[in-house]
Design a binder for this molecule. Structure first.
Ligand code: MN
Ligand code: MN
Length: 355
């Protein structure tokens, strides 16, 4: 979309070199994605919750650039920026799979990053909690870009707090269960957030559904804890046997068995590392990118989505940016599926109770 003609200079060098003709100038939203500010899809950067509330934003992207809780390779702190940049189209995009132009239907903004500094886990988690909570309170659906998976603890807690503790189910895609009691004595590691969510009462174990587990972690005693707390989980082996769509249909029913809303947590390492190598704890034998994107469309169409995170994208190992692109599309698939619902008359925003 052309905004305004750029005023032509009249100085003699411009005239002599032919630089004095009129050119169209474009808005930041319509410029190529590598030009201008780095926001998700070139969308407006709106960090003030009062503005979010006033414009009645449907969806708000939040960055959680924190990776001090990893157990192996670090680098996910650079994930939010890489996911924001991993896009080659700009302006009013068109979802071919869903037949919708999401930004024509939804008001989507980039609400900026949580106020994170390095090497201070407690502070980072507190700031991520506050950021997600202040955005969720406006009624916009937060899509949080990690960061390591420990950020799901504060992010999902914030949304449970805003909606109602125990009212959200979680569908968690991951090669790993992330339900350890501790990582070498640390309770807030990226191997523990799901146990913290359940122990604290923010989410019930019986409404916690995991998809894509494989490999060699967690150990037997952690699975015993999971079974004792009612978690449901679907191993990669089950996806191989029954297909992703049937397994995801079961996961949706299990997550909604009681709760009103679903929070979706996508650890990008659920995708096979041959397709998405940019992650800290790669586990061979994972899902196809297309299966995960389809699963996101399937879930968002079927549930009332209250929030989402996409974590463990570690750009230093992402040699062809395929991991960041998969994460970017994971967000776009959810946004497009929400747009289809809004176009059909469903309310996407959450209406906070009047104070
Ligand atoms: Mn994880
Ligand atoms: Mn994982």
């Amino acid at each position: 979309m052309a905004q305004r003609p750029d005023p032509a200079p009249v100085d003699s060098f411009a005239v002599a070199n032919g630089w004095n003709r009129d050119y169209e100038a474009y808005s930041d939203f319509d410029l190529p994605t590598y030009v201008g500010p780095t926001t998700f899809m070139n969308l407006p950067w709106v960090t003030d919750p009062t503005v979010l509330r006033a414009r009645r934003a449907d969806v708000a992207i939040i960055g959680a650039p924190f990776d001090d809780a990893v157990s192996h390779r670090s680098g996910a702190r650079f994930g939010p920026r890489a996911i924001r940049e991993a896009q080659y189209t700009s302006g009013s995009i068109n979802s071919l799979q869903l037949g919708v132009e999401p930004f024509e239907v939804l008001d989507v903004v980039d609400a900026g990053d949580a106020n994170v500094v390095p090497a201070w886990t407690e502070r980072a988690h507190a700031m991520i909690y506050r950021k997600v909570r202040e955005v969720a309170e406006t009624g916009a659906i937060p899509i949080v870009l990690g960061g390591d998976h420990s950020i799901t603890w504060p992010a999902a807690t914030a949304i449970a707090e805003v909606r109602r503790p125990g009212s959200i189910g979680i569908v968690h895609f991951d090669a790993h269960a992330d339900t350890a009691n501790d990582d070498w004595g640390v309770l807030a590691g990226h191997g523990t957030p799901m146990r913290r969510l359940i122990e604290s009462g923010a989410v019930k174990g019986s409404n916690f559904v995991q998809v894509g587990l494989r490999g060699y972690w967690p150990p037997v005693d952690v699975f015993e804890w999971m079974r004792a707390h009612g978690l449901r989980y679907h191993l990669m082996r089950e996806i191989e046997d029954r297909g992703a769509e049937a397994v995801v249909a079961d996961a949706i029913a299990e997550a909604l068995d009681g709760p009103d809303y679903v929070y979706l947590s996508i650890d990008i390492d659920v995708i096979d590392p041959g397709l998405a190598p940019g992650t800290g704890t790669p586990e061979p034998g994972g899902m196809l990118t297309r299966e995960v994107l389809r699963a996101i469309r399937q879930i968002v169409a079927a549930v009332e989505l209250c929030g989402m995170d996409i974590v463990e994208v570690a750009p230093p190992y992402d040699h062809a940016e395929t991991t960041a692109m998969a994460a970017n599309r994971a967000a776009l698939e959810a946004i497009s599926a929400l747009a289809v619902k809004k176009r059909a008359g469903t309310t996407i925003r959450w209406e906070p109770p009047v104070a």
